[in-house]
Design a protein around this ligand. Structure first.
Ligand SMILES: [Zn+2]
Ligand SMILES: [Zn+2]
Length: 285
């Protein structure tokens, strides 16, 4: 175990001791028992906007069941994806960004509740486990690498963690555990768990808060915001990548990362986000 891993383990254990994860509902704060998944009480679970129905075939946002809008390939796509093409091939998302989701994200980002991000990594794994079959049917190759969207350094120092990285780490942990459980005792079991890559993609420009910007301004601000570390380019070249982020709105961040990765030789970039929603109602990106 490297010193970084050890440090992370210790800090996770301290976080767990100071803020035990499954005692209070992450959203409303009411007392719950430890067996609850995702650290949410029953009421909040029913109030979250889980994406289960119709979705955009490109970005993965929820669409009303009455929505009818198709692209030239016959895929059902949202208005945003209809008017703008993306660098990532396909995205999936777990919940629509409503009031509860916003409250939860604020807790994760500004109240030091890093353990909540870990719970959301569980949500992402559970969602992806269902989608992986669908993805395979659509011809998506297995993912080689999972890359969390990097946050800017100032925010990382203030927060102490990158919430997308915490989610991605838990996502991989769950995937490995599921595979171990399935392949237990079989020596021929070849791992399909993608590798977590947190060093190759870096944020090279400190961007201002995106929430006040319109989609075009976001796009301009984020141009060249990311770069691939030249000495780690080989970890990107030819790889099928799953990019992980907390919130998807206009797709400006996801596109900027995807373009950077493709220019560095990535084979394809897919996207998994925790929350997604319409443009102007949303804060963050
Ligand atoms: Zn609750
Ligand atoms: Zn879309």
């Amino acid at each position: 175990m490297g010193s970084g891993d050890l440090l992370r383990r210790v800090s996770e254990e301290i976080t767990e001791a100071v803020f035990p994860s499954n005692i209070y509902c992450a959203v409303c704060g009411s007392l719950i028992d430890r067996s609850r998944p995702y650290a949410l009480c029953d009421k909040c679970v029913t109030q979250m906007h889980w994406i289960t129905g119709n979705t955009c075939g490109i970005c993965g946002k929820a669409l009303p069941n009455t929505y009818r809008g198709f692209d030239s390939k016959g895929r059902q796509v949202c208005y945003d994806c209809m008017s703008r093409s993306h660098y990532f091939t396909r995205g999936w998302s777990c919940m629509s960004y409503g009031l509860h989701e916003r409250e939860m994200m604020m807790d994760i980002k500004y109240s030091g509740k890093g353990y909540l991000a870990r719970k959301m990594g569980d949500v992402m794994f559970d969602r992806m486990e269902v989608l992986i079959e669908e993805a395979r049917e659509c011809g998506v190759r297995p993912f080689d690498v999972v890359i969390p969207v990097p946050v800017n350094r100032k925010r990382l120092v203030r927060r102490g963690y990158n919430q997308s990285e915490v989610m991605a780490r838990q996502f991989i942990r769950r995937w490995s555990a599921a595979e171990r459980a399935e392949g237990a005792g079989r020596p021929d079991c070849i791992s399909t768990v993608p590798r977590l890559e947190t060093k190759a993609l870096v944020r090279q420009k400190e961007t201002v808060m995106l929430r006040s910007l319109n989609p075009e301004e976001r796009r301009l601000t984020l141009q060249d915001a990311f770069a691939v570390n030249p000495s780690l380019r080989h970890r990107i070249e030819g790889r099928n990548i799953l990019l992980v982020d907390d919130i998807y709105t206009t797709g400006a961040t996801a596109d900027s990362c995807s373009r950077t990765l493709l220019e560095a030789g990535a084979s394809e970039v897919y996207l998994l986000t925790l929350c997604s929603g319409g443009n102007r109602k949303l804060k963050g990106d």
